[in-house]
Ligand binder design. Structure first.
Ligand code: HEC
Length: 273
């Protein structure tokens, strides 16, 4: 019985290691970034979220929607925290389809969701060589990174929840020339990181395309990618920081409770030998 268990355990480890080695060949290494929101005590950097929003707005929003973000979310605590006046002014720049309005359209208000750039999926596909630019609100939750066994085990201890931001950063920064012998069809681009390497999104970022108000921040492709990835992590998980703080308090409480329970147990059983 005991020998069977050991054999089973050895087989399991061998399979896990073998499996991850086989997969490692199709999964390029992820260049993990150091994020302000990493770790148990990490928090979103408000300035970074503002810059990330600027990149989203000026570059990505021409193709990608942000369905689950209402303008008013941009002024809420924990996010980019634009003032309510700024949000009202931003919303008013958009025209929103509304059946109850006189001509079926009206000026945006803070309660409106971010409008989709394309009126329908078909039109979106027609403008992108048949591919559909997915909504980005939850993209950082929908994607993750591959880690070899046993490295992913450590993520349970480091509270690693930034896989989505790491994925988006790598996707945006790893467009390269196609290697010799690889045919890139029209409307497709070679990306070293993307699964299958051929993606229908043209490289959206390049140095200097967005002008940050704060000139001390580098205006490079990498910086834009990091900022927009942080912003998309926030849109996908706006309560991450609160959740981590609550989790920390709960664990602390449970530790104190365990100690108390142990002392109580000792006291109650004191006379029983
Ligand atoms: C010109 C249109 C266009 C712009 C601008 C654009 N994208 Fe895309 N994006 C696409 C299309 C089309 C796809 C689908 C690609 C495919 O499936 O091959 C896509 C896919 C994606 C994906 C999903 C990749 C996956 O794993 O499936 C992410 C993430 C993404 N874009 C992020 C961004 C970000 C961030 C920006 C702004 C910096 C941006 N995109 C700008 C057209 C665009």
């Amino acid at each position: 019985m005991f020998r069977k268990t050991i054999l089973g355990a050895v087989a399991f480890v061998a399979m896990a290691v073998g499996g991850s080695m086989a997969q490692a060949q199709d999964n390029p290494h992820t260049d993990q970034q150091s994020w302000s929101f990493a770790g148990v005590f990490g928090t979103y950097d408000q300035n970074q979220l503002r810059r990330g929003f600027q990149v989203y707005r000026e570059v990505c929003s021409s193709c990608h929607g942000l369905e689950f973000i209402a303008f008013r979310n941009l002024s809420e605590p924990g996010g980019p925290r634009f003032s309510e006046d700024q949000v009202r002014a931003l919303a008013a720049e958009f025209t929103i389809a509304d059946e109850t309005a006189t001509d079926g359209r009206r000026e945006g208000v803070p309660a409106d969701r971010w409008p989709n750039p394309f009126p329908s999926e078909q039109i979106a596909r027609d403008s992108n060589s048949g591919a559909f630019p997915p909504d980005l609100s939850l993209m950082a939750k929908a994607r993750g990174i591959h880690m070899d066994f046993p490295w992913w085990i450590f993520t349970y201890f480091t509270a690693y929840q930034e896989a989505g931001a790491d994925y988006i950063y790598n996707l945006l920064t790893r467009y390269t020339e196609a290697p010799e012998g690889v045919d890139v069809p029209v409307g497709q681009y070679y990306n070293d990181y993307f699964a299958g390497h051929l993606i229908a999104m043209a490289p959206p970022l390049s140095d200097g395309i967005v002008s940050y108000a704060d000139e001390s921040t580098p205006q490079t492709m990498e910086q834009y990618a990091r900022d927009v990835s942080a912003f998309l992590q926030w849109t996908a998980d706006p309560h991450m920081v609160d959740r981590k703080a609550t989790g920390f308090k709960v664990i602390l409480f449970l530790i104190v409770l365990s100690i108390l329970m142990y002392l109580v147990k000792r006291r109650i059983w004191r006379d029983v030998h």
